[in-house]
Write a protein that binds this ligand. Structure first.
Ligand code: ITT
Length: 192
């Protein structure tokens, strides 16, 4: 029997990455109905991932997976954090605002955080996981790949921004990669 998993995201960049991780998971992925909007009222990434997974599961009557993620900049006390998507109206405005607010700050340390939640069809949370990837904010964007804040997020160990990395390399070190690495074996072990 095919096991259906609804991906509770409206973000095409996230969707591409989630699809790549879950390709051989034994679950068939479908996308949440576009008109289904979930209010992200939580104060943490984990709370918002849980809200999205739970509400999409209940609305569709299927298992659902959600990702809530964002960028926390040390010198801005963790801003934009859970407001990363609401920090501007598109990726280039969000990047421009972040670079403006950070100005010439010497401390450019930052981290991406990703919380993933999987809900059962009744909306209860079956699995949760979180991943973190540390890096630095550049003064100007670099690279064409990825999505969101990727062009300004530099990983010193690789000497590349997320936007300069192949999907495989980003996936092997990213916040989303870490969260899913922990979650996928548990998903496989679910007895359904
Ligand atoms: P859904 O809630 O529909 O999944 P969203 O874009 O609103 O989509 P979030 O509320 O989780 O998702 O916001 C995440 C924000 O952080 C958004 O602005 C992303 O561009 C950014 N972000 C998350 N992961 C990222 C990554 O791997 N690279 C670059 N930016 C990322």
């Amino acid at each position: 029997m095919t096991k259906l998993l609804v991906v509770a995201t409206g973000n095409p960049g996230k969707l591409r990455e989630l699809q790549a991780y879950l390709a051989n998971s034994g679950w068939e992925l479908t996308l949440k109905p576009e008109e289904l909007e979930i209010a992200e009222t939580g104060e943490t990434f984990a709370a918002n991932a849980g809200l999205k997974a739970s509400q999409v599961a209940q609305a569709t009557g299927q298992w659902a997976i959600a990702d809530d993620s964002g960028l926390q900049v040390d010198a801005l006390n963790g801003v934009p954090g859970v407001y990363s998507a609401r920090y501007g109206s598109n990726d280039s405005e969000r990047i421009a605002r972040l670079l403006r607010e950070l100005g010439n700050a010497v401390n450019r340390q930052a981290q991406f955080v990703c919380a993933v939640a999987i809900a059962r069809p009744d909306g209860t949370i079956a699995l949760e996981s979180e991943g973190i990837c540390r890096g630095e904010i550049l003064h100007a964007p670099r690279g064409e790949g990825g999505f969101g804040y990727d062009p300004i997020f530099y990983v010193p160990e690789k000497q590349l921004t997320f936007a300069e990395m192949s999907r495989e390399l980003k996936g092997s070190i990213s916040h989303r990669g870490q969260a899913l690495k922990a979650l996928i074996p548990q998903l496989a072990a679910l007895n359904i």
